[in-house]
Design a protein around this ligand. Structure first.
Ligand code: UDP
Ligand code: MG
Length: 234
């Protein structure tokens, strides 16, 4: 891996997303190239069993200066994949997003601007027009209202993975157990970091399938109190 200095690290966890990867890669390049700042794309291959690994290796061959890949030896889940990606990243700003094209990389520049203008440590995407099943979107809305009421944190969409972070807070994000990635804004906010948000574009999943079912809702409630108990710390 090259030790080139980078401003922005784009971090993408991947589990069986073979059809989405090429359009995603093209969208990221289209957004990042005009910024004219050195950047890297860190793909975390969560032990995919489809053609995702070969496709990512193809990107690395095409742009070895930009693309890095962390291959996890066993399926580890989105939380651990994000942890690996954040740890491997080197940019002064980290950007996380999903691989399935539901998040839109075109939102990244305005999130970066908002982070600087608002002096935020982290800016989260807000999927105001969420493109998921009504049940999933409804449960998520309830979860968000619940978190806002309980914590006073003024974020509408705590679980949108599209976020930008300053390097200073990347190392403080608690990602110790599977599911904890849903509480990243809470983890940072409890530790005194400033969190902003911006309305982001959300798209229907066109390829592949979701890796989660709404049945996790009860687990998420338990997890929420677990995070509160630790003050959001690692
Ligand atoms: N993902 C992963 N490991 C997993 C589950 C998911 O790396 O065990 C990745 C997945 O490929 C995607 C992101 O995490 O890039 C979010 O997953 P998904 O789209 O299934 O979640 P949803 O949007 O349905 O909540
Ligand atoms: Mg998704």
């Amino acid at each position: 891996m090259s030790e080139r200095k980078v401003d922005h690290s784009i971090i993408v966890p991947v589990y069986n997303e073979e059809e989405s990867l090429k359009p995603l890669f093209e969208e990221i390049l289209k957004v990042m190239t005009p910024l004219n700042r050195p950047y890297e794309i860190v793909f975390i291959n969560d032990c995919s069993s489809d053609r995702s690994p070969q496709i990512m290796e193809g990107f690395r061959k095409e742009l070895p200066e930009v693309v890095r890949i962390v291959h996890l030896p066993k399926r580890s889940g989105q939380t651990f994949a994000l942890r690996e990606g954040l740890d491997a990243s080197r940019g002064s700003i980290a950007v996380t997003l999903d691989a399935d094209l539901q998040n839109d990389p075109a939102d990244i520049p305005k999130m970066l601007e908002k982070m600087i203008e608002g002096k935020y440590d982290c800016v989260c995407g807000w999927r105001r027009l969420r493109q998921d099943t009504p049940l999933k979107a409804g449960l998520s809305k309830l979860g968000n209202i619940f978190q806002r009421l309980f914590t006073g944190m003024n974020i509408h969409d705590v679980s949108c993975t599209l976020r930008v972070y300053k390097r200073e807070c990347v190392g403080k994000i608690a990602l110790n157990w599977e599911g904890q990635h849903r509480f990243i804004p809470l983890s940072l906010s409890l530790q005194g970091f400033r969190i902003g948000e911006i309305v982001s574009n959300h798209r229907l999943r066109k390829y592949g399938t979701t890796k989660y079912s709404h049945k996790r809702i009860f687990r998420v409630m338990v997890d929420f109190f677990r995070v509160l108990k630790t003050g959001g710390r690692k």
